[in-house]
Design a protein. Structure first.
Length: 233
C-alpha cells in the first residue's frame, strides 16, 4: 500500500516527518477550532495525540465543527474524534480525556510528557491555567483567542499575547497573565472588530470557515515549531 505520508515526506523530508511522528501533542478543546487542528495534525504525521473535552455534539455545532453531523449528534466529542483520527492513521496513539479542564483538575495531567500544547478552550480560567502549566513544564503552547463574531479569516495572526489588539478575550488574557508573571504566550488572534450580534443571546455567532481557518493555522504553527525544534537539537 502506498505510504499515506509520502507526499508530506516529499515536502518536508524524512527527518522532519520522523520528528512529527515521534511528537506528542495535547489538544485542549476539540470544537470548531480544536477539531480542525486535530485533523490537520494527524494528517501531517503527528502520531501521538491527547484530546481533552467533555462536550457532547449538538445540532448547533453542525455549522462549524468538523465532528458534527446528524449521525454524531448526542455523542461524546472525544469518542467521535478518536474514531476519526484513528481511521485516518490507524497506527497513531490517540488518548482521550472526557473532562472539562479546570485549574481544579489540572493536577491530573502530566504536562511534561507533551511536546506541544494547543489551547482551544473557551474559558479564561482554563486558558490561564494551561499557560501556567506549560511554563512550569517547559512545554511549547499556542493559545487561541476569540473566533466568534468574526467573518474575515484573513485577519488572523500569530503573535505574542502582549502584541495583540482589538480582541476582547486577548485583552483579558493580557491582564491576567501579567498579574501572574507570565511574560510571553504565543497566540492566534484576529484584528477584525467583532461583529455585533443582533440576537438577544450572549452565545457568540459563528460561521463554517472562520474557526476552521484558525484551527488550520494553529496546526501549521505547531508543525513548523516541532520541525524547527528537532532541527535545533
Amino acid at each position: 500500500m502506498e505510504n499515506i505520508f509520502s507526499r508530506t515526506e516529499n515536502l518536508i523530508g524524512k527527518d522532519a516527518l520522523s520528528a512529527l511522528k515521534n511528537s506528542h501533542v495535547a489538544i485542549f478543546g476539540i470544537g470548531g477550532v480544536g477539531g480542525h487542528t486535530a485533523e490537520a495534525l494527524i494528517r501531517a504525521g503527528i502520531s501521538n495525540i491527547d484530546i481533552i473535552d467533555n462536550d457532547i455534539i449538538s445540532p448547533s455545532n453542525i455549522n462549524r465543527q468538523i465532528l458534527a453531523t446528524h449521525s454524531t449528534i448526542g455523542k461524546n466529542k472525544t469518542d467521535v474524534m478518536k474514531q476519526r483520527l484513528s481511521d485516518i492513521n490507524p497506527k497513531a496513539t490517540i488518548n482521550t480525556h472526557n473532562v472539562f479542564f479546570t485549574p481544579e483538575n489540572s493536577h491530573t495531567f502530566d504536562f511534561s510528557k507533551y511536546d506541544y500544547i494547543v489551547d482551544a478552550v473557551d474559558t479564561v480560567t482554563a486558558k490561564i491555567e494551561l499557560a501556567l502549566k506549560a511554563k512550569d513544564a517547559g512545554v511549547d503552547i499556542i493559545s487561541c483567542m476569540g473566533t466568534g463574531n468574526k467573518l474575515d479569516p484573513t485577519r488572523f495572526e500569530i503573535t505574542d499575547i502582549y502584541k495583540t489588539s482589538v480582541c476582547p478575550l486577548a485583552k483579558v488574557m493580557r491582564y491576567e497573565l501579567k498579574r501572574r508573571g507570565i511574560k510571553k504566550l504565543k497566540v492566534l488572534f484576529s484584528k477584525e472588530e467583532p461583529i455585533k450580534n443582533e440576537n438577544s443571546s450572549r452565545t457568540p455567532a459563528s460561521i463554517s470557515f472562520v474557526p476552521a481557518v484558525a484551527g488550520l493555522i494553529i496546526a501549521g504553527e505547531v508543525i513548523k515549531d516541532i520541525i524547527k525544534n528537532a532541527e535545533a537539537r
